[in-house]
Design a binder for this molecule. Structure first.
Ligand SMILES: Nc1nc2c(ncn2[C@@H]2O[C@H](COP(=O)(O)OP(=O)(O)OP(=O)(O)O)[C@@H](O)[C@H]2O)c(=O)[nH]1
Ligand SMILES: [Mg+2]
Length: 303
C-alpha cells in the first residue's frame, strides 16, 4: 500500500495554541507551552507516523511585530518554515479579535499555492470572534484570484482538549501526496536535546514569572554530561537586569529552587533519566541584540 507523506507548517500569532496542538497530535511533549506571548523561539519539527503515512509538522514562533534581533530571527524562522511545504495550518485564537499580525500572515500565505487549513482554536472557551476569522479569509479568497489559494478548509478546534484533532489529521491525509517517508518511523522530533532541555527550564520560568519578565529571559545548557544513566546538566539563565536576577532567584533562592525542582521532575519523566540539574542566573543587558549570545542560545545558526 502506498503511503502519504508531507510537511505541514503551523503558523499564527503568539499564544494561539500552536505548540499545544503539536503536543496533542503527537501525544507527547515536544514543544514547550505557556500563557506568556512568544513562548516558542525556534521552529521545530514534530513527526506523526501511522498506518496512512507520515505528517511532518513544523511548529513556529508566533508572528509578531519586533525591533529586536531575537525577534527578527524568530520571523525568519517562520519564513523558512513556509518554504517547500505541502500544507499550512493558520491557527487562530477565536477568543481574541484578529490583529495586525493576522494580516501580516495572510499576506504571506495567500500566494503559497498550497492548501490552507484555518484552525479556529480554543472553542472550549467563548469563541466570540469565530466568524471574524472566517470573514477575514473568505474576503482574502474573493479578492485574490481563486487559483492562488489552492484550497481553504475551516476547522473549529480545541488543541487543549483534543476536539476535532482526529478530523484535522483526516483532512491533512486527504490533502497530502503519496510519497516516501522523510523520517524513520520511530522519530518524533528533530529538536536538539540541549535546546529542548533549555526550553523546558525556560517554560518553568515563563510559568512562574510575571508578565513582563519572560521576554527578558533566555536559557542555555552550558554543560551536559551523561554518566550511568544520570544526566548532569548545568544551565545558565540569562536576564537583562539585576532586579530581574533578584526576582528569578527569589527570597533565599526560593523561586529558583522551585523552578529547578519542576524542571528536573519533568525532564526525568520526558527523558527517562535521572537528572542532576544546576542552574545559574547571569545578567547580560541587551542579550536579545547580541549575535554571539543568540548563537550560543541556538537562536542563530549562521552569522
Ligand atoms: N482553553 C484553551 N486553551 C488553549 C488551547 N490551546 C492552547 N491553549 C492555551 O493557550 C496558551 C498558549 O498556548 P501555546 O501552545 O504556548 O501557544 P503558541 O501558539 O505555541 O504560542 P507562541 O509559542 O507564543 O507563539 C497556553 O496557556 C495553552 O494552554 C485550547 O484549545 N483551549
Ligand atoms: Mg509555541
Amino acid at each position: 500500500m502506498p503511503k502519504k507523506c508531507g510537511i505541514v507548517t503551523i503558523v499564527g500569532r503568539p499564544n494561539t495554541g500552536k505548540s499545544t496542538l503539536l503536543n496533542t497530535i503527537l501525544k507527547e511533549k515536544v514543544a514547550i507551552v505557556s500563557s506568556a506571548l512568544q513562548t516558542t523561539r525556534n521552529r521545530l519539527r514534530g513527526i506523526f507516523t501511522e498506518e496512512r503515512g507520515q505528517i511532518v509538522f513544523v511548529d513556529t514562533p508566533g508572528m509578531h511585530i519586533t525591533k529586536y534581533l531575537l525577534g527578527k530571527f524568530m520571523l525568519r524562522e517562520i519564513q523558512e518554515a513556509l518554504e517547500g511545504i505541502d500544507l499550512v495550518i493558520h491557527l487562530v485564537d477565536t477568543t481574541r479579535p484578529p490583529g495586525k499580525e493576522e494580516n501580516m500572515l495572510i499576506d504571506k500565505l495567500k500566494n503559497l499555492k498550497i492548501p490552507i487549513i484555518l484552525g479556529l482554536n480554543k472553542i472550549d472557551l467563548r469563541p466570540v470572534f469565530f466568524d471574524d476569522y472566517i470573514k477575514l479569509w473568505e474576503e482574502t479568497k474573493q479578492k485574490k484570484a481563486q487559483d492562488l489559494i489552492d484550497e481553504l478548509v475551516l476547522l473549529p478546534l480545541s488543541a487543549l482538549r483534543g476536539v476535532n484533532v482526529d478530523k484535522l489529521i483526516d483532512t491533512i491525509f486527504n490533502l497530502l501526496p503519496y510519497r516516501e517517508f522523510l523520517y524513520p518511523e520511530d522519530i518524533i522530533s528533530d529538536f536538539p536535546q540541549r535546546l529542548f532541555i533549555a526550553d523546558i527550564i525556560r517554560e518553568k520560568l515563563f510559568l512562574l514569572m510575571k508578565e513582563e519578565i519572560p521576554h527578558s529571559i533566555a536559557v542555555y545548557v552550558e554543560e551536559l554530561k551523561e554518566r550511568k544513566n544520570i544526566f548532569f546538566i548545568r544551565a545558565i539563565i540569562l536576564v537583562e537586569r539585576d532586579s530581574q536576577k533578584a526576582m528569578v532567584i527569589g527570597k533565599e533562592g526560593s523561586v529558583l529552587k522551585k523552578i529547578g525542582q519542576s524542571a528536573r521532575k519533568e525532564l526525568e519523566e520526558l527523558l527517562e533519566k535521572k537528572i542532576y540539574l544546576e542552574t545559574h542566573v547571569k545578567v547580560k543587558p541587551g542579550w536579545k541584540e547580541d549575535p554571539l549570545i543568540l548563537k550560543e542560545l541556538g537562536y542563530i545558526n549562521n552569522i
